[in-house]
Each structure stands twice: as structure tokens, then as C-alpha cells.
Design a protein around this ligand. Structure first.
Ligand SMILES: Cc1ncc(COP(=O)(O)O)c(C=O)c1O
Length: 446
């Protein structure tokens, strides 16, 4: 027979599961966890179950209507996802979030949740090339048009782009490759004045550097494939509902959120309050589009988030050192990094992000395309690859890759020259990164 130790004479406190008010580093490790009912597993398990058993007839109905929170089908909820969702919501400072299969899926779901055929989005022109292609190719085919703002610092450009059909404003906190930072509070003020939700892609900044919801944005999206995961092993995306947009008050009409989803049913606003947009995505758009995340990928995402702040500190420090070093190199024409004094976005970096500008930026090598090719082919520590934001350093030549389908005049307007190289600075020993860049640049000047 097993003998049990005597119970202690004092109370044994239960583990904590509420993390509101705790520090960022504590929340990135713990927020969102719930007690694991099976074996007390300390790490949230990978729940590989497409669907879930209902206890009763009444529970099945409650889960379908959303009246009862709980598992239903992994296309819109999964216990592994739930932890990642709560953790990302906690770090971004929103009441709720939903994870999906990729960053592109997050952007698609969030924006198609706001705009339909005949309606429009206003976006900054320098957003991630894949998002521009998504808007200009697929969204355009669906009848959702996009109006681009070239310089988000110029208020008149916003006023000219916004029309009565505009249903969403979309910007990135730190666009790449040009590191042309966006002043989120300034854009949020414009969006608020027009009663339009501001959607911010916070992929490159991460909530460690910038929290757009606190700056007046309404919805945050992530390609959590990037810094939130950090390992580069799996795609994922997230949408955080800021809970602040007054859907009923806007005269722009968001019927999917404010009207009854079925005769006699409450609207998402009535049923879910500040989490109306999240619920609308979960039970409506994301469920319809089927852009579900694999539970294995949300497990990997959670593992990554646990070390976000530590990795970001190294990313940020390495990027600053590398950018300053590149600026002084004779084979380098210019460096597009807002962390450098003299850069035209330096004041935004100072004012908004404590002088930091992420770790994805560009520089122009002398010799145009030939110089870029020689440099690129000489890299050994930096990986020649697309992707950003994982622990390893990566380089890419945008003009012949991410932006190759852009017309030449548009590439020129975006500053994507033939000698431009994009870097995503990893967490390696910075001297090794500089040595690699030095020897590759040496081949250009030789
Ligand atoms: C800023 C940004 N947003 C969204 C995406 C799309 O994300 P995903 O590749 O996870 O679909 C990317 C991908 O590079 C990105 O850099």
C-alpha cells in the first residue's frame, strides 16, 4: 500500500492563474494558462482534437450560440490556441484575441470582417509587400479597394484618401524594409475623427516595443510567425480586439457586428460587449474562411512568446550596433534605420519607442544590383532567405524578390533600389554578424 506524507499544518495555496497587473516578463511566461485537468501538465499540451464532446443537448446549443464559452470545433477554438490567445491579448493590452493559420490569414480575416464588396480600406503604401499584393490582387477581386497614403506624417494625405466608403485604416508600426516608422497616436486621432477602426500590424515592433492599443488603435494583428514565435519553425497569425471601438456609434455601418446574426439572436455587440469583434471573427469570419491554426503551431507559438522580451533586447541592441557600423562602411551608400540620429524617422523612434526601431531595416550597397549580388552571395553567417524576426540573422534583396512584381516606378516611389538589402538582425554574437557583413562588403569594394 502507498503511504502518503502527513498534510502540512499550514494552508497550501493553489497555483495562480490570474496575471493582470503583473509585469510584461511575468505575463509572457504565464498569462492565459488554466489548470490542466488531466495530469497537471505544467506546459499546455497540444490538443490535437478536431472537435469536442458536448455534455448535453443544452450545452451543444450554448456552444453554438456563444451563450456558453467552451470548446466546439477547432476551426474557431482549441484549448492550446486559447492559451496563446490570452497571452497575446495580455501582452498587447486587449480584452481578447484569436489565433489563425498565418499573418496573412489574420490580415484577411480582420479586414474582410470590416469591409465588403464596394467598400474600401486606407493603408500606408510601404506596408509589407505581401499585404500590398493581397490588397491589390485578391481584395480587389473581392471588390474591396485600397487607397494608399504615401507619407503618413502628412495629415492632408489621410484626408484625401478617406472616403465615405472607407471601413478600415491599416498601418504597420515598423514597416520593412525601409524602417519608416508610423506615429500611431497621430493616425489614431485621424481614424477616431472619422469613426473608422484603426488596424495596426505590430509584427515588427512586437508588444515589447510598442502597444498600439494604448496609443489609440482598435485592432492589432500579428504575423506571429516572426518575433512572437522567434524560432522560425511554424507559421501563425493573431488578431487582438482592443475592445475600444464603438461599433454602434460609427456612422459607417458594421452590420456583421451590430446587427442580429440570425433572426431573434442578439448582435455580437449585445452578446459580447468589448469582445464583439473577436466573437464576430471567431464565430463568423474566421470560422467561415477556415484559416485555422494547427494546435502544434500554437504550442510552438506559446513556447516562443515565453522568451520574447529577452530576445527583443538582444535583437534591438544588435540592430543598433550593426546599423551604426554599416553607416561608417565605405561600400555602403546609406542605411535606412530610424534608430540612427539623422534618419528622417528618428524623432518618431525617440518619441514613441524610446529610441528603438526594431531589428528589420535596409541599407544600400554601392554598385547597384551587381554590388548587391556580390555582397549577398558572400554572406555566410547571415542566411540568404525571406522571413524576418526569428533568432537568426537573414538578408534579402527586395527588388528581385519581395518587390519583384511591383512596377518599376512603384518600386522607385517606395525607395526599393537595385542596391537595397534588407536585414533582419538576429540574436547571435554581434561581432560575428559584423565580421560576416565586413567580409561580404569587402568583396564589393575589392
Ligand atoms: C509585417 C508583416 N505582416 C504580415 C506578414 C504575413 O505573415 P505570414 O507570413 O505569417 O503569413 C508578414 C510576413 O512577412 C510581415 O512581415
Amino acid at each position: 500500500m502507498t503511504s502518503h506524507p502527513a498534510p502540512p499544518a499550514h494552508d497550501v495555496l493553489p497555483p495562480r492563474y490570474e496575471w493582470d497587473g503583473f509585469g510584461f516578463d511575468t505575463r509572457q511566461v504565464h498569462a492565459g494558462e488554466t489548470a490542466e485537468p488531466g495530469h497537471n501538465a505544467r506546459i499546455t499540451p497540444v490538443y490535437l482534437s478536431a472537435a469536442y464532446r458536448f455534455d448535453s443537448f443544452a450545452q451543444a446549443e450554448g456552444r453554438f450560440t456563444g451563450a456558453e464559452e467552451g470548446q466546439l470545433y477547432s476551426r474557431n477554438l482549441n484549448p492550446t490556441h486559447q492559451v496563446a490567445e490570452r497571452r497575446i491579448a495580455s501582452l498587447e493590452g486587449g480584452p481578447g484575441a484569436i489565433v489563425v493559420g498565418s499573418g496573412q490569414a489574420a490580415i484577411t480575416a480582420a479586414l474582410l470582417g470590416l469591409a465588403g464588396a464596394g467598400e474600401r480600406i486606407v493603408a500606408t503604401a510601404s506596408i509589407y509587400s505581401g499585404t500590398r499584393i493581397l490588397f491589390d490582387r485578391s481584395f480587389a477581386r473581392f471588390g474591396v479597394g485600397t487607397d494608399y497614403v504615401r507619407d503618413p506624417r502628412v495629415a492632408d494625405q489621410w484626408e484625401a484618401a478617406i472616403t465615405p466608403q472607407t471601413k478600415a485604416i491599416f498601418v504597420e508600426t515598423i514597416p520593412n524594409p525601409k524602417n519608416d516608422l508610423v506615429d500611431i497616436p497621430a493616425v489614431a486621432a485621424i481614424a477616431r475623427r472619422h469613426g473608422i477602426p484603426l488596424v495596426v500590424d505590430n509584427t515588427v515592433a512586437t508588444p515589447y516595443v510598442s502597444r498600439p492599443l494604448a496609443d489609440g488603435a482598435d485592432i492589432v494583428i500579428h504575423s506571429s510567425t516572426k518575433f512572437l514565435s522567434g524560432h522560425g519553425a511554424a507559421l501563425s497569425g493573431a488578431i487582438v480586439d482592443g475592445g475600444s471601438f464603438d461599433w454602434n456609434a460609427s456612422d459607417r455601418d458594421y452590420p456583421g457586428i451590430t446587427d442580429a446574426p440570425a433572426p431573434g439572436k442578439p448582435s455580437y455587440v449585445e452578446a459580447f460587449g468589448e469582445r464583439a469583434f473577436e466573437a464576430y471573427l471567431r464565430f463568423g469570419i474566421v470560422n467561415d474562411l477556415g484559416a485555422a491554426l494547427s494546435p502544434i503551431n500554437s504550442f510552438l507559438l506559446q513556447q516562443g512568446i515565453e522568451t520574447l522580451s529577452l530576445r527583443m533586447e538582444r535583437h534591438l541592441a544588435n540592430a543598433e550596433t550593426v546599423a551604426a557600423w554599416l553607416e561608417g562602411h565605405p561600400a555602403v551608400e546609406s542605411v535606412d534605420f530610424a534608430g540612427l540620429p539623422g534618419n528622417e524617422y528618428h524623432d518618431i523612434a525617440q518619441r514613441r519607442f524610446g529610441g528603438r526601431a526594431g531589428s528589420v531595416f535596409a541599407f544600400t550597397v554601392r554598385g547597384g544590383r551587381a554590388g548587391a549580388e556580390t555582397f549577398f552571395d558572400g554572406l555566410q553567417v547571415f542566411s540568404r532567405m525571406t522571413n524576418i524576426g526569428d533568432v537568426r540573422s537573414m538578408a534579402l534583396h527586395p527588388a528581385t524578390t519581395t518587390h519583384v512584381s511591383f512596377p518599376a516606378d512603384e518600386r522607385e516611389r517606395l525607395g526599393i533600389g537595385d542596391g537595397l538589402i534588407r536585414l533582419s538582425i538576429g540574436i547571435e554574437t554581434v561581432d560575428d554578424l559584423i565580421a560576416d557583413l565586413d567580409q561580404a562588403l569587402g568583396r564589393v569594394s575589392a
